[in-house]
Ligand binder design. Sequence first.
Ligand code: GLC
Length: 411
Amino acid sequence: MFAGAKRVLEENWREGRTPAGLTYGYTCPDSTKYPDQFFWDSCFHALAWSRIDVTRAMTELRSLAAAQQSSGFIGHTTFWNGPVRLARAFTYNLLDRRDFQTATIQPPLLGWVWAQVAERAGDAAFAEEGRAVVERLHAYLDRARADADGLIGILQPDETGLDASPAYDQPLGWRSHPNPGFLALQQFNRVRGYDYRRVVADRGFHATDVLVNTAWVLGWEGLTRLGHPGAAERASQLTHALIRRLFDPKTGFFFTEGPTGERLGVRTWAGLAPLAIGNLPPDIGHRLIAEHLFDPESFWLRYPIPSTAATEPSFVPGELRVLWMERYWRGPTWLFSTLFVVRGLVRFGFEAAAAHVVARTVELIRGSGFREYFNPITGQGMGATNFGVSTIVAECVALLGGGAEKRDEVA
Ligand code: GLC
């Protein structure tokens, strides 16, 4: 598993120097569909690298830092090798076709990951460096995106990392990806500079997403470990806000909140993501695990974790295409979610279940290779081959690997 992961990460490694003199080194998700640096993919790549070659993990994160703008913002995608391909110029969230970076975000996991990489590297100076980067990123998100309770908002579903998630079908309707109306949604946001405050003021689409806010809490937990005073308190306030606003005590599940404050009641894996939060109250964690994750009708399929519960009418376990476009996150298993769930299972004492998920994940990779996503029923691999984030299996295996030190990391 480690050898295969190392091969994929090495093949996808890109490094160089821009004409302006910025040096970079990052792992592209795959060499054809996604040659650029994707924010949350990079966070996962860094964790996988940290089990294989920690200096590459540090370079990967430093490239995200190098892509940070003076406002503190770091975009969803950074184009180190020159402007985006023409074919993507109309669908990516750019203000100008020649932009260095998109104007939208992805789940802000940087603090969480930087802390882990710094600890594994045993490098206090690297932790210091990361603290400054993450402080600036968080200050930006607070300024540009936070509500009074501190939770942050999104402008488009692709900001969650879960591009065509069925959670957003209802509020978006004809504007949901990849309907032509999605371009109208993008245009609405583009003419407002993708400025969240302006879009909200002009009654545009926006939401308080459960995965993005889980990442936000994790980012603050990471900032605590990077030594930021007050970050622990902030992480705990945000966890309370997340529960107050997005947890439904009736069903025992987390749901995203739509533009009018309504609960978007589709069960997707995002509702399980809070399991990774270090200070999630155990009663909530147990409910998520016992009533939802372990339900063989919805999430506990042969190859967990399906991106959408199998009980949802929108669930499609196989590849879903509209014309040439893939419609993502409507059923297949991506390994982004595996990491969140495995950490939660270990933390709440379900070691056997964590081992089961990891064993099934290893089976997926052995059967189909490092594909982008998998059919949760048959295990068939789909989408990109040699997909970077699927190397996170190395991290998941390592988390189970026993040894007091590894257990402490997930405690
Ligand atoms: C797809 C996924 C997104 C990911 C990107 C690159 O757009 O939905 O989460 O970051 O591919 O892998």
